[in-house]
Design a protein around this ligand. Sequence first.
Ligand SMILES: [Zn+2]
Length: 580
Amino acid sequence: MTLRTGAGHPLPVTATPRDAADPIVEISYDLFTAMRNLRHVILPDSGRWYMNGLHPISAWRFHRELDSAVNDVLTPLYVFTGNNRQTAVALGLIGGPYETRCEIIEPVSNRALNVHVRQIGVRFSRRLPDHVAAADGSVTEHVFHHRPAAEPWLLTMRAFAQAQRDIHGLADRVTPSALEPIWCTWADWSSDDLTDELIRDNAARGVELGIRNYIIDDGWFGPGLDSDYGTELNIGDWTPDTTKIKDLAGLVRNIRALGGATLIWCAPHAVGPRAECFAERAPLLIRDGDGQPVLNPTQFYALCFRSPQARQVMTDLCVDLVRRWDFDGAKYDLFNWVPNVPCESMQHEHDTESMLWGLYLTLKSIDDATREIKPDYLVELKQNYGTPFFSQLGGMMRAGDAPYAPETNFLRTLHVQSYTPFALNDYQTFTEEDTVQDVAVTVIMMMAAGIPAYSVDLARLGPQRSGVLRRLHAWYKENQALLAAHRVPADPDNTVLAVRSSTEDIVFLVGAGGPVTVDKPTTILNGSYTEQFALHSRAPVTVETVDAHGNPSPSLVTEPGREWTVIPTTPGSTHLVRPC
Ligand SMILES: [Zn+2]
């Protein structure tokens, strides 16, 4: 075959077979860069686990091979940060969404860590589905090799996502209600315990606290993933369990009358052994070499995304949900539990070799069909089926699943925020053990990375903690237009994150916090436990502070001629900085 590289960055690489009838089946890219002293490695990831491999020694030892597949779509990019914490070099591959193995090939870690080669090598290997080749059999993909002067890793990932968008013509859609805070039944209740009263009561309180979107999660149709393993699942029928939800249509109407909107949870591919539709769907399930349907560890089967008939069934059932119950949106979930095995079923046709490309086709078909009925249908996707290829097929991309772990949730949401500003936090929850300041810090951390989300029994929250949500959501609502923009880190550790406009800035302090430079009216939210921060301004400013409880402090005026001022703060405080 012929191998040709073009010019520019990212670098186009074209492989052409001698004969189009003898196509290229598999292609692998080995990329090398000089070894240097490193701080962190951001591994190819969906955003769920990258924090576990941050240290170079862990990356070499424990994360050598990572697979981008139907159950976990990875960003095919390695970012290596230098001693100065900024990106030193990034190596990635830009191509369509289909199965890819990402591998560290140097330094080798076998009996010992072989660093004497003094280079870092990574490999991206892909089996090419038919649709990727041009008429002459050629395949063009792009190598991303990036050595910025000084850039936080978040911005390197954003540059990679932008290159993916430019090359593949991708664009996120803006769904008007996507930025609204979300409430969900998932974390604070067992999926056995859902009732329409519970949802209605929480919506009534939540609307008053500034929460608009309500997700009826797993379990509304029968046993869910919280149920005992011995309980056979009937997932797949998608009709309400009337012992839990007596009147689903009435519930949707009630929530709408309160000023809220309802999103329904659905795993379109899932078919439980006890589902009434099991016999009808059986020919379309993923099957192994023995012809048996593959049961995943969560105890249900999966429709095969490689089958056009199965994709039509999934599309029809999602359309049926909109038509029957008049929902305002849907949360599509559990593709991360699709068995990552080759489907060898003889009972249905395949029109693509790639299960991952099949997932893309499924979500695109569902999206096209449901938006024909409701153009602003709000769809929640999850980072396991993320990247800019998938984010354009929904209104927001959630960083699941990190309840009771605000720091993990922040890091996961930040990863999603690298490619879409419609990054939805995982549903956070609180107990009596969390102080009012803890609640305020958690909410601000969520806003620092994306859209706030909750799964907390609002009745249990009490007036003070509810007050935090009400105040911060009122501020968030007022600034929603600004918050539709990407967060920009002011430092490589993402401890100061800004949203900037020509007239007004918003700055979030998280983690250890950091200095803030202002040159226009700015709101600073303290989502950290720091008790002071350095404020830099060329002109004198006034600073008005409101603490986590909503109590204002006397306003402070900086001294003329003095550019740096130490501002006292408390966790969860908001500071309004205005020119004098
Ligand atoms: Zn199949």
